[in-house]
Write a protein that binds this ligand. Structure first.
Ligand SMILES: Cc1cc2nc3c(=O)[nH]c(=O)nc-3n(C[C@H](O)[C@H](O)[C@H](O)COP(=O)(O)OP(=O)(O)OC[C@H]3O[C@@H](n4cnc5c(N)ncnc54)[C@H](O)[C@@H]3O)c2cc1C
Length: 530
């Protein structure tokens, strides 16, 4: 069971440590704690379905409410206040490819649209039903979650697209393998969703992004089926996988995918480093990424994120001690930045890499910390999203945004983005705690991930307005800096207005032409991406 109006398993909660609570109170004051609308109240507001009954469709109000929104901040505001203006008319849970083909027939017959749905963890409005005259069927793929084939010699595994992160790792783990794809939403998101949004896992430095892991698969499109062979490499014209990666449910339903897997590594360690400031940290992570001494993850937080991460860890006595030690060696608390890195490989490789990482880090004035912090980060990496529920209960809303730029523009983009969001909140008479980290390193650049927390206000409309102003300012800044409108979350509804600046008019017409070819009736997820 999943929380209907927030993140994750309703049985799991993460309390807010006292230190974090005072940090927020000091920086932001207190936000509105107006209670959320109840599940029963929202359930009563679900309108009658316009679709006729069918064995493959559920028109149950609860199923339709649970598939109405994803995880973006506007989605949360809608669910928590009950101001939800669209619901799917039916939810389908197909168990095989033939049922998906039948659903296409039903959609054609009833002039309905179909929204492919994986884990529903989209943060950019991918799976929200549009305001449309047409009935909406949400096609939930999670009934198709099995491993179908394992080719050990080739290190290839085939899974149905609705398999979630834990389901994939469980099946592979029993065979001594891993996919190594760990987005922070891993517990809930699915293989099909990762491919359709071009997802990036936290250890992409070693395992690659989903585009490196996706070798081929089967796609059901409204004009017929498409099989993409899994090949080690090919010069047979443009690669069709590229049309499926990032297709956001518009070009077809991915039913199964062949993925490249790796033997479970013999050893993996997560460690921390402190830098005196963000600039020296960025120089270091660039040097590490360009040499890449077998790290599977490198992630550098700015001073604000460092202070907040430490406060949120709840290990106050330990942090006071570390703070004392860091001050002694000249690391001021207002500027110090935390890097977390992971080394993955054989015992000997990890040992060798660790010495090399430390050498590079020290050359830039960094202070390696072997105790606790890195492993603690790893332990809580999938629990951090639960804090969003807790923050909301304490009167605060949290949202994130992200991009990637070449190294030469990384520092300026970080500064520009932080100012864009801060200024937007000030201009609206509000305030935000803005923090940033860089992760997902490449030889030519890196991802930037910004988190902001602001006090909730009583009106849903005002909250959405605050979000919209900040999102627009940040997206403008990303475009002006020549970044991508999304490094990992995709386009959905929220990034769509900016896509043309990134792809250009000809690029957009190519994508439209692909959409028209595969889905001439615009049956699949209209209004998203294009
Ligand atoms: C707390 C949190 C942390 C996150 N962390 C990360 C992260 O670290 N890295 C990252 O990349 N993303 C992250 N995300 C974003 C999100 O998890 C990803 O976009 C993820 O790939 C979505 O997968 P899903 O299965 O939930 O897809 P959904 O949200 O259900 O769908 C997303 C899109 O994919 C399409 N789709 C889904 N399945 C199929 C299919 N079988 N065939 C065709 N189209 C399909 C849908 O139509 C939709 O357009 C995070 C989100 C949250 C809420």
């Amino acid at each position: 069971m999943r929380r209907w109006n927030g993140w994750g398993d309703p049985q799991i909660s993460r309390p807010l440590p006292v230190g974090a609570s005072s940090l927020l109170e000091l920086s932001l004051g207190s936000g509105s704690k107006i209670p959320d609308v109840t599940f029963e109240t929202v359930l009563d507001s679900v309108p009658v379905s316009t679709l006729p009954p069918h064995d493959l469709l559920s028109i149950d109000a609860e199923a339709r409410l649970r598939h109405a929104r994803g995880q973006s901040l506007p989605d949360w505001i809608a669910l928590r206040t009950g101001e939800i203006d669209t619901f799917p008319d039916a939810v389908a849970l197909p168990s095989c490819v033939e049922e998906i083909q039948d659903l296409f027939k039903i959609a054609r017959h009833t002039d309905a649209i179909i929204i492919p749905y994986g884990g529903g963890t989209s943060v950019v409005g991918h799976i929200n039903p549009p305001a449309s005259e047409k009935p909406v069927i949400t096609l939930d793929t999670r009934g198709m979650n099995q491993m179908m084939d394992f080719d050990e010699l080739s290190h290839l595994a085939t899974f149905q697209a609705g398999a979630s992160g834990p389901e994939i790792e469980r099946s592979l783990g029993e065979l001594g393998y891993t996919l190594g794809h760990f987005p922070q939403s891993w517990e809930q998101s699915t293989l099909g969703g990762w491919i359709a949004t071009r997802s990036s896992g936290q250890q992409s430095l070693l395992y690659g992004r989903i585009e490196n892991l996706f070798a081929g698969g089967h796609i059901e499109t409204p004009v017929g089926e498409m099989d993409i062979r899994a090949l080690p490499a090919s010069a047979a014209g443009p690669d069709l996988r590229e049309f499926i990666l990032g297709s956001e449910g518009r070009f077809g339903v991915i039913t199964d995918a062949v993925v490249r897997v790796s033997p479970i590594p013999e050893r993996e360690i997560f460690r921390a480093v402190f830098f005196k400031d963000f600039t020296s940290g960025v120089r270091t992570v660039r040097a590490l990424a360009q040499e890449n001494p077998l790290a599977s993850m490198i992630r550098l937080s700015d001073a604000q994120e460092t202070a907040t991460t430490l406060a949120l860890s709840g290990k106050e006595t330990w942090i006071d001690l570390a703070d004392f030690g860091l001050r002694l060696v000249g690391h001021e608390d207002t500027r110090r930045c935390l890097m977390i890195y992971a080394l993955t490989g054989s015992q000997a490789e990890v040992h060798g890499s660790r010495s090399r990482v430390k050498e590079i880090v020290r050359a830039f004035g960094g202070l390696p910390i072997d105790l606790m912090i890195g492993e603690l980060w790893k332990k809580s990496r999938f629990q951090t999203p639960y804090l969003r529920n807790t923050l909301w209960d304490h009167g605060y809303a949290l949202d994130t945004l992200e991009t990637a730029v070449p190294w030469s523009r990384l520092l300026d983009t970080c500064e520009g983005l932080k100012s864009a969001v801060q200024d937007s909140f000030s201009a609206q008479g509000s305030v935000a705690l803005v923090m940033i980290h860089t992760s997902h390193m490449y030889k030519d650049g890196a991802g930037i991930y910004l988190t902001y927390i602001f006090p909730r206000v009583d009106s849903a409309g005002k909250m959405v307005q605050l979000w919209h102003a900040a999102k627009t300012a940040a997206s403008q800044c990303i475009m002006d800096m020549g970044g991508t409108i999304s490094h990992q979350h995709g386009v959905g509804e929220d990034h769509k207005p900016f896509l043309i600046r990134e792809k250009g008019a000809v690029g957009m017409s190519v994508l439209e032409a692909v959409r028209r070819t595969l889905d001439p009736e615009s049956m699949l997820n209209p209004g998203k991406l294009l």
